[in-house]
Design a protein. Sequence first.
Length: 241
Amino acid sequence: MDDTPPPPLGHEAVEAALLSRRSVRAFLPRPVPAELLARLLTLAARAPSNSNTQPWHVHVLTGEPKRRLAEAIVRELEANGRAAETEYPYQPGEWQEPFLSRRRSFGQSLYLDQLGIPPGDAAGRHAHHIRNYDFFGAPVGLIVTVGRNPLAGALIDAGLFLQGLATAARAHGLDTCLQASFIDFHPIIRRHLRIPDDRFTVCGVSLGYADREHCLDLLRTEREPLSAFVTFHTDDSPTQP
């Protein structure tokens, strides 16, 4: 067996994938080759996990299975709204600052600036929201699940898996959108995909080739500077009691 370590990664390629990753909400119908999709999932599975437990499981939907799930969710949404309470507390009951302002800024960029939908246009917002469940037209839809035990650790591990998937997709010229919207319809997803009771839905993922002609292709989100989220503890730091 050859134990020679692999050559160092070119940091430019890694940085380019990280910097160009974004949530894409408009895709071309262009198919993703099966071997490429398998490669992306294999790369994502290199993510670290607690004691190498690898708690993720991915349901890959294309063609008719994707269409049937999308139609079932939209029927429920139109008839009854949200299907059920989420199986884990993804969002707080009330947002606090600075997170509230960041969400509002994103909402304005998405709905008003790009889609031209004003705050009071509930019908316009609803029409865009429905697009979530067709995976924004992407040819591939993914539903990611983890085991209920251990819940908190499995969610962290799933996040690492998803980050790896999104970054690998960009490195191969594809885009993604990670969608918490699917967890509102977990009973329908469980029924359609035959998800066992000991697992629950973390999120959905749209994956494919971005539609560069769509107005939403112009949407970009800002990131906070280091000073907003990093505290450096060094020898030069003030002495603490």
